[in-house]
Design a protein around this ligand. Structure first.
Ligand SMILES: *Cc1c(COP(=O)(O)O)cnc(C)c1O
Length: 360
C-alpha cells in the first residue's frame, strides 16, 4: 500500500542552527508528523504540519497513567548528498513489541516506514553532514483519550519529531572519549515481568534518581544491575552494555529486563563477523570487579542510537566506595573499531555489506 500524507508547510521557517555546535536535541526542525487512532477506524489521517505546541485535554490518560511509547533512530547524510536511515525495520519491530505490552494498537510496517520517509523528506534540508552529526528521528505514541479509568485507551496519537544532533563527544572533535560510570546497587530499572524490554516513559522517570546519584560521583551514566539480586550487569543508562574480559566480549542476554537495542544487535553481528569470542551471558559485579583487579578488564562500552558507541574508562561502586579501572582508562581498540565501522556504514562512507541502510 502507498500512502500520501498532506503537507501544511510552515509560514515561518526557522533559521538553521550552527551546524558545528548542535548538541543533542537542542533544536527541532520546521515540521512534524501527526496521525490519529480511533477504535473501529484504525490509524488514520496521517499528515505533516508545522512543528509547534499541541493541545491536549488535561484529563488525557497519558498524563496520568503514562500509556505511551517512543522510538529513536537516525537519518544520515551520505558523502553523495543522499539521506539514509539505519535499520528502520528494527525500530518498527520493536515499536510493535512495545505496543503489544502496553496495549497500544499495532502500527502497520509500511505505514511506519512511509511516515518516517515522508517527514524526513519534508525536512531534508535539516539533515546535517558534519563529523558525528545526524538527524535524530523520534516517533512516539500516546493515549489521548479523556478517561481516568486504568484501562487501555481507544484513542491514540502518533507523532514524529526531528532534531539535528551533533556528536556526543563535542569536546573531542567528534571522536570518542572514555567516561566514568556509576554502578547502581540500590535502585533498579526493570524487574522480570515489567516493561524493561519496552521503550516507555515510565522506565526513564523511575531511573532519574540513580542519574542524580551518578552526577554526585561525577559519573556520566548509571550501570544498572538486575532487580532480584542487584548483582548482574544489565544496561548503561539508555544504552546496552558490553564488557571485554580476557578476550571475551560479554553482554547481558535479552531476559526481558533489557531493552533490545538496534545498535546492540549490530555490534553483536559485527563482532561475530570479525571472529571475536562473543557471549550473551550473565556477568556478576564480583566477576567484573575481579577482572578489573587482575587487569583482565580490557574494555567496557555502551551501545545506542544516540552516541553509537560510548567507551567507559572507569566504574565507580558506591557500596565499597571503589573506583574500578577499565583497561588503561582510554578508548579501547574494539570500541574504536565498532564506532568507526558503524558510523561509516550509517553515513555511507563505508560499504553497507550487511544491508542495513535504507535510502530515503
Ligand atoms: C534506546 C535504548 C537502548 C539502545 O537502543 P538502540 O536501538 O541501540 O538505540 C538501550 N537501552 C535503553 C534503556 C534504551 O532506551
Amino acid at each position: 500500500m502507498t500512502y500520501t500524507f498532506p503537507i501544511t508547510r510552515t509560514q515561518h521557517p526557522k533559521p538553521k542552527p550552527n551546524w558545528d555546535n548542535l548538541g543533542f536535541a537542542n533544536y527541532f526542525t520546521d515540521h512534524m508528523f501527526v496521525m490519529h487512532y480511533d477504535e473501529g477506524q484504525g490509524w488514520h489521517d496521517g499528515k505533516i504540519v508545522p512543528h509547534e505546541p499541541i493541545t491536549i485535554e488535561p484529563a488525557s490518560c497519558v498524563l496520568h497513567y503514562a500509556q505511551m511509547m517512543f522510538e529513536g533512530l537516525k537519518a544520515y547524510k551520505t558523502p553523495g548528498g543522499s539521506v539514509q536511515l539505519f535499520r528502520p525495520d528494527m525500530n518498527l519491530k520493536r515499536m510493535n513489541n512495545t505496543n503489544l505490552r502496553m496495549c497500544i494498537p499495532a502500527m502497520p510496517e509500511d505505514l511506519f516506514i512511509e511516515a518516517v520517509r515522508a517527514i524526513v523528506q519534508a525536512d531534508a534540508d535539516w539533515v546535517p553532514s558534519g563529523a558525528g552529526t545526524a538527524l535524530y528521528v523520534r516517533p512516539f505514541i500516546f493515549a489521548d483519550e479523556v478517561s481516568f479509568s486504568v484501562l487501555p485507551a481507544k484513542h491514540y496519537r502518533f507523532m514524529i519529531i526531528l532534531s539535528p544532533v551533533g556528536s556526543y563527544y563535542a569536546a573531542n572533535d567528534g571522536g570518542l572519549s572514555a567516561t566514568r560510570i556509576y554502578v547502581e546497587d540500590e535502585f533498579i530499572r526493570a524487574a522480570p515481568g515489567g516493561t524493561g524490554a519496552c521503550k516507555v516513559g515510565g522506565n526513564y522517570a523511575g531511573g532519574m534518581k540513580a542519574s542524580e546519584k551518578a552526577m554526585k560521583y561525577h559519573c556520566k551514566d548509571v550501570l544498572w544491575l538486575d532487580a532480584i539480586e542487584h548483582r548482574y550487569v544489565e544496561e548503561i543508562g539508555t544504552s546496552n552494555a558490553f564488557f571485554l574480559i580476557d578476550g571475551e566480549v560479554i553482554t547481558s542476554p535479552l531476559t526481558g529486563t533489557i531493552l533490545p537495542g538496534v545498535t546492540r544487535d549490530s555490534v553483536l553481528a559485527l563482532l561475530r563477523k570479525w571472529g571475536m569470542k562473543v557471549s550473551e551471558r550473565r556477568l556478576s559485579v564480583e566477576e567484573l570487579f575481579a577482572a578489573s583487579d587482575s587487569g583482565k578488564l580490557q574494555e567496557v562500552f555502551a551501545s545506542g542510537t544516540a552516541a553509537v558507541i560510548s567507551p567507559i574508562g572507569c566504574l565507580h561502586y558506591e557500596a565499597t566506595d571503589t573506583d574500578y579501572a577499565v583497561g588503561n582508562g582510554k578508548v579501547g581498540p574494539v570500541a574504536q573499531r565498532l564506532y568507526d565501522t558503524l558510523y561509516g556504514i550509517q553515513t555511507g562512507s563505508l560499504p553497507d555489506d550487511m544491508h542495513w541502510t535504507v535510502t530515503i
